[in-house]
Ligand binder design. Structure first.
Ligand SMILES: C[S@@+](CC[C@H](N)C(=O)[O-])C[C@H]1O[C@@H](n2cnc3c(N)ncnc32)[C@H](O)[C@@H]1O
Ligand SMILES: [Zn+2]
Ligand SMILES: [Zn+2]
Ligand SMILES: [Zn+2]
Ligand SMILES: [Zn+2]
Ligand SMILES: [Zn+2]
Ligand SMILES: [Zn+2]
Length: 487
């Protein structure tokens, strides 16, 4: 499937996926993405390059107009800056350090919490004023527990699976017969695979982690981890690193391979989909690879965008939850329910969702659904997306959220306090962009400010920010602090 040169609207800004082979300037996170501002009237604005990975200028302030002439001196300065931000050791060096560290006596196994590094004997002195802790061999096998989750919500959003979700994923993949798992932004899944292999109770699985968090290079060999940016399919380790992916996918000996990706929610869908396709087709000699099975973990309100980019995918009702996400947990109802779901090209009827957690099989839809997702005979589907029980509106001829009422003057279902008669105009709430209310009644006022593209981009100073708000008809938004917020 070819999704290059697709234009995806994101609140006044389009991401323009450039043709393969066309280079863009690089920031420290690899090739930048090309953006274009689109005015309300649909006029095209000036195009510019900005960082693919960071949605906050504070994290990466790269900005360049597409037609801008950049002086030699600035290019050199940029290159020097990119160099200076590289990790202090190469992956090879990190792994040699890991070997040395593993062989140290227990009382010398020290981890510096401030620097997030495993310390070798000669290095304790330099970190003596830092917070440090001694490490057991068991802790060494659980880097995702040891390492502090990157708290930079906007760029990294390191939300780690609960045991419930990670075990469900692994059990499901094993039951489906997969023996190789490409873990894209899922360090905890990779960790669980390795731990299970040690138990020797299950058939062994191979895994390869691709993640932008270079701290993992301290724990995994070059065959197990690649420093990778999933928004531009960039391997920081260059060709030798991308060759590892290729080998992983090619050396199959009949072992079924699957890819599992859990990108930060602030991410733009089309560049992600583009990278996922590139990842899956990295296996050069196998046409099957283009249709390699995949699970993409993302909030349900991205369903239309994901399906637009990957039409063979479907969304499953399974609710993924995270240990360190303060708000969204499994099993809660309504707005406290986790909005995170699985998108997959694996046949939904084959993915068995656990009955004891409240899922059931709908024999009409031929898939497992959440218990509150009742089949509607008129729509001939189990319609609920958000986990609540939806109800059928005979005028709209579709099922809608339980809180919506049919409005005669708007001719559609909406929240009871919607700005009536304004559904055609785009004058929603100035704070969060919702069309359902005005700024004075914004539930997020004072708490969070939701950045709208057209406001964020009204000053060139903010133009490096890649920030968007999801589909306005949903009940969640993504705030500038990139927490998911109920609306
Ligand atoms: C939402 S977390 C998913 C973690 C997963 N739930 C787990 O428990 O293994 C996002 C992951 O993607 C990684 N990540 C963030 N931005 C990335 C990028 N541009 N490229 C690759 N990985 C990225 C983060 O380091 C983090 O591990
Ligand atoms: Zn950058
Ligand atoms: Zn330190
Ligand atoms: Zn159904
Ligand atoms: Zn219906
Ligand atoms: Zn209606
Ligand atoms: Zn109305």
């Amino acid at each position: 499937m070819d999704i290059t040169e697709t234009h995806v609207h994101t609140f006044g800004i389009e991401v323009i996926l450039t043709e393969d082979g066309k280079t863009t300037p690089c920031c420290v996170h690899g090739p930048t993405l090309l953006f274009e501002k689109v005015s309300k009237a649909g006029e095209k604005g000036r195009r510019f390059f900005a960082c693919s990975a960071c949605r906050d200028r504070k994290d990466c302030n790269f900005f360049q107009w597409e037609d801008e002439k950049v002086s030699e001196a600035r290019l050199l300065a940029r290159e020097a800056e990119n160099q200076s931000k590289r990790p202090p050791f190469s992956h090879q060096e990190y792994f040699t350090r890991f070997r040395t560290f593993s062989s140290l006596p227990l009382n010398e196994k020290i981890f510096c919490q401030d620097c997030q590094v495993l310390l070798l004997p000669g290095e304790h002195e330099a970190h003596s004023s830092h917070r440090s802790t001694s490490i057991t061999p068991a802790q060494l096998t659980r880097p995702s527990v040891l390492l502090r989750p990157l708290d930079n919500k906007k760029s990294n959003a390191q939300y780690l699976f609960t045991d419930r979700s990670s075990h469900f994923l692994l059990d499901t993949l094993a039951a489906l017969g997969y023996r190789r798992v490409l873990c894209v932004g899922t360090p905890r899944l990779q960790e669980l695979i390795k731990l299970r292999n040690l138990e020797q109770k299950h058939e062994p699985m191979k895994s390869l982690l691709l993640d932008i968090d270079f701290r993992y290079a301290q724990f995994y060999s070059q065959d197990e981890f690649c420093h990778y940016n999933m928004f531009n399919h960039h391997f920081f380790g260059g060709e030798s690193s991308s060759a590892i992916l290729q080998t992983f996918l090619t050396e199959c000996d009949g072992e079924k391979v699957v890819m599992v990706a859990d990108p930060p929610f602030g991410g733009l869908v089309s560049p992600l989909a583009n990278s996922h396709v590139k990842c899956r087709s990295a296996n050069s000699n196998n046409s099957v690879a283009a249709d390699m099975p995949m699970m993409w973990i993302f909030p349900y309100f991205f369903e239309p965008r994901i399906l637009e980019c990957l039409p063979s995918f479907s969304m499953l009702d399974y609710q993924v939850d995270y240990d360190n996400h303060p708000l969204y947990k499994h099993g809660k109802t309504g707005r406290k329910q986790t909005p995170v779901r699985l998108f997959t090209n694996i046949s939904p009827r084959d993915v068995v969702l656990p009955e004891e957690e409240g899922y059931r099989f709908c024999s009409v839809c031929e898939r497992y659904v959440w218990s509150f997702n009742k089949h509607c005979a008129k729509c001939n589907t189990c319609p609920s997306k958000d986990g609540r029980e939806w109800k059928h509106c005979s005028t709209c001829k579709k099922c809608v959220k339980p809180s919506w009422r049919h409005c005669q003057s708007c001719g559609r279902c909406a929240l009871p306090d919607h700005p009536c008669g304004h559904s055609e105009g785009k004058e929603g709430c100035f704070n969060c962009g919702s069309l359902q209310h005005k700024r004075k009644s914004c539930p997020l006022k004072g708490k969070h400010r939701i950045n709208r593209w057209d406001r964020a981009f009204s000053s060139p100073h903010c133009a490096g920010m890649v920030q968007y708000l999801h589909d306005l008809t949903c009940s969640f938004a993504i705030c500038v602090c990139v927490s998911l917020l109920p609306l």
